[in-house]
Write a protein that binds this ligand. Structure first.
Ligand SMILES: Nc1ncnc2c1ncn2[C@@H]1O[C@H](COP(=O)(O)OP(=O)(O)O)[C@@H](O)[C@H]1O
Ligand SMILES: [Mg+2]
Length: 420
């Protein structure tokens, strides 16, 4: 196992375009780091530079503190975990797992190969399936065989490039859980590339968000969600996405296209002196005012708005409020959607309401908004003016501490199992 350090990594392809631009990341031994961002932001390029399949234009790549920029891929001892369809259908599970060892012809005795494959199979709960062919296995089992190949190589780290992208939603969910548990059980340093924010949020100890080759923020999923550094991270992480509304300040009231929202003084302070700011409101910050408990009401503001329609999902409902932005704001929202590789952001606010809410479209409705959680962004720089860096760091530290405990627990379980 190993730590991986990226120091000011730059990749320029032949056309001079910086696909990766000055990225620095410290990946700790045993950590699971996700690289996420829209298509074309440089994720695969970064991963391929780590494995050694792509030259590094400038910057340093360290494995366990030693610079490896010039080392050939096979000397870095890292394993790419490919999509499960890269298995050989005519070979048994045993031979599929043994495959990378067979490439080392002559170096390993048959006994040693067997020992390594059986060890990996035990970890992966594949012992009973070793004589079967991949075609007869479930999707989850096939993914485990693909991981088995990486495990027998006894690599220092696993690297994944969108391994689940061509699976259907249900299987993707299962596989995500498999990979996550496996990584925790093995404790092998892993870097995982995806464009899917849900995958990133559920898998990673820390998630690095990239935009056009530039690292925006690296933090625990909760820090990204609660304390995003800028508009891009705020909009990219979370589903349904954060709503962005233009607002002007009057005293401590933010005037927005969907109503006037009184905000706490510390929020108002960051908007003071600015012509217009962008208000960032996640759908779940809203609620049907008639369903908000008395003691919570004081932490937010009530306002009246008309929803165009609602969607009932059983456990909750989505409501939609249209608004008419100025041409400048429309342009800004469209630019943001382009950056995120999303469909055009409609000038529309999405609110989540309790499943019991009787609010329906076409009538004025009283809504409540938790104003403590609002974000305020500078529309020109995109910076989150309300970000609390210390609170964010605390969230990431908390996640690291929980993770450490989890690894220790897994270690104790392994020791106990070995002693049986
Ligand atoms: N071999 C290459 N030659 C030139 N440009 C490339 C090459 N590979 C990738 N790029 C460019 O580098 C950028 C990042 O690509 P990539 O790392 O594949 O992004 P991602 O994996 O995030 O979708 C893109 O603009 C892409 O067109
Ligand atoms: Mg890619």
């Amino acid at each position: 196992m190993a730590s991986i350090t990226l120091k000011n990594i730059v990749k320029k392809y032949d056309d001079g375009f910086p696909a990766v631009n000055d990225v620095s990341i410290d990946i700790a031994d045993g950590e699971f780091v996700i690289l996420v961002g829209p298509s074309g932001c440089g994720k695969s390029t970064l991963l391929r530079m780590i494995v050694g399949l792509e030259d590094i234009t400038s910057g340093d790549l360290l494995i366990d503190g030693k610079r490896v920029n010039e080392k050939a891929p096979r000397d870095r001892n890292l394993a790419m975990v490919f999509q499960n369809y890269a298995l050989y259908p005519h070979l048994t599970v045993f031979e599929n797992i043994a495959f990378p060892l067979r490439l080392n012809k002559g170096k390993l005795t048959e006994e040693r190969v067997k020992e390594l494959v059986l060890g990996a199979a035990k970890t992966l709960e594949l012992t009973d399936h070793l004589e079967r062919k991949p075609g007869n296995l479930s999707g989850g089992q096939r993914q485990r065989v693909a991981m088995g190949r990486a495990i027998v190589r006894q690599a220092d780290a696993f690297l994944f490039d969108e391994p689940l992208s061509n699976l259907d939603a249900k299987l993707r969910g299962q596989m995500r859980a498999e990979i996550s548990q496996m990584q925790r059980r093995l404790g092998t340093t892993s870097v995982y590339v995806t464009h899917d924010q849900t995958e990133a949020m559920t898998l990673g100890d820390r998630v690095a968000v990239l935009k056009k080759g530039i690292l925006q923020q690296i933090a625990s999923p909760r820090e990204l969600y609660e304390q995003p550094v800028n508009l891009f991270v705020a909009g990219f992480i979370g589903s349904p996405s954060m709503n962005f509304l233009p607002a002007t300040l009057d005293g401590t009231v933010l005037k927005t296209p969907i109503g006037d929202i009184p905000v706490p003084e510390e929020k108002a302070a960051v908007a003071r002196g600015k012509d217009v700011v962008l208000l960032g409101v996640r759908p779940e910050f809203f609620e049907d005012a008639s369903l908000v408990e008395e003691h919570k009401l004081q932490h937010g503001a009530k306002f009246t708005a008309e929803l165009t329609h609602t969607e009932w999902l059983g456990n909750e409902q989505y409501g939609y409020i249209d608004f008419e932005p100025s041409p400048e704001v429309r342009e800004l929202l469209q630019g943001l959607a382009r950056d995120m590789d999303a469909e055009e952001l409609r000038p529309q606010v999405v609110v989540t309401l309790d499943a019991a809410s009787r609010i329906r479209g076409g009538h004025p409705a009283e809504l409540w908004l938790d104003t403590r959680r609002l974000h305020i962004f500078d529309p020109s720089s995109g910076d989150n003016l309300t970000r609390d860096a210390a609170a964010g760091e605390a969230l990431t530290e908390e996640a690291a501490a929980e993770r450490k405990e989890e690894i220790e627990r897994a270690g104790r379980a392994r020791t106990a199992a070995a002693g049986e």
